[in-house]
Unconditional design. Structure first.
Length: 300
């Protein structure tokens, strides 16, 4: 989805999570983690016109192999968060990336059954068919050690590889206010008076090496609509249900079928799986006058 920084990739849903087959799902080959649900949102105090949030996630392993979840090394998932806005400007719709957070490092897995029937394996693995809920508060934990929020620049989101223990560029990244490393959005991008008719989408993703090695990394993102209220202090709440195995960019075409959505396979020289997936969405509309039609590409 977002070009220009590590930690997030475009993703599409290829598998259905139906109540039949192995583990209660139709399994993919190998470990396959998805965001089964965005389960809540935490709101934090605004600092310098920037508000901060954290989204809770429930992971599901819809694959045929236990997914590694080892907190002391690189064999665990990391969880990036993003915020998007769909807004009409000058008669045309714009789908914009307006906020992002650092990446939660997962540390242990439970054995629940949100998507499928769990095989009972947990702790250092997310078992076949199992789900594991991380609350919004947990995903916003500002630790500088195991289980905290690490930077994106140390991550290859396509291969699932990352540096661990994660490191900070400078002491400013270690010291923190209420917004540090959390999902940050400019207050002005959320105020209803400044953004009439806008709709918002929160997105989360699981990035992890064994899922990527099995070439199951293109369905790891899901999104949920978010409603915001307030002016100086903004409060967010989830609305509707989670759109599993779909990145937020797909919400644009869902809202407007005239949007052109194109899948682009991008060379990935460092990976045995030679291409990664980028989704490019755009829409043309008429500005009037001599300029004629122009395009309104997504900023993702």
């Amino acid at each position: 989805m977002l070009a220009g920084y590590a930690g997030t990739i475009a993703a599409m849903g290829f598998l259905s999570v139906d109540a039949y087959g192995f583990g209660g799902c139709t399994p993919s080959t190998g470990p396959d983690v998805i965001v089964g649900a965005l389960n809540g949102i935490s709101n934090y105090t605004t600092v310098g016109g920037i508000d901060a949030f954290s989204l809770g996630t429930t992971s599901c392993n819809i694959g045929s192999v236990n997914l590694l979840w080892q907190s002391a090394n690189t064999n665990h998932p990391i969880i990036p968060q993003n915020m998007y806005r769909l807004k009409t400007v000058s008669g045309g719709a714009r789908f914009e990336h307006i906020g992002m957070g650092w990446m939660k490092h997962a540390f242990t897995a439970l054995t629940e059954n949100l998507c499928c029937t769990c095989n009972g394996a947990g702790g250092s693995v997310l078992g076949i068919g199992c789900s594991d809920p991380y609350t919004s508060g947990r995903n916003g934990t500002q630790l500088t050690t195991v289980g905290g929020l690490g930077p994106r620049f140390q991550v290859n989101a396509h291969t699932g590889g990352f540096i661990f223990p994660y490191a900070f560029r400078n002491v400013a990244h270690i010291a923190h206010s209420s917004i540090t490393r959390r999902l940050q959005v400019a207050n002005s991008d959320l105020q209803a008076a400044l953004n009439p008719g806008a709709v918002y989408f929160g997105e989360c993703q699981y990035v992890t090496p064994d899922d990527a090695a099995a070439q199951n990394q293109n369905n790891n993102a899901s999104y949920n609509a978010v409603t915001f209220t307030g002016t100086t202090e903004i409060t967010g709440s989830l609305s509707g249900g989670t759109q599993q195995q779909k990145p937020a960019i797909k919400a644009w075409k869902t809202a407007d079928p005239s949007v052109t959505e194109t899948n682009v396979n991008v060379p990935e020289a460092t990976s045995g799986d030679t291409t990664s997936l980028m989704i490019l969405s755009s829409q043309a509309f008429n500005l009037g006058g001599a300029s004629g039609a122009t395009s309104s590409p997504a900023t993702t």
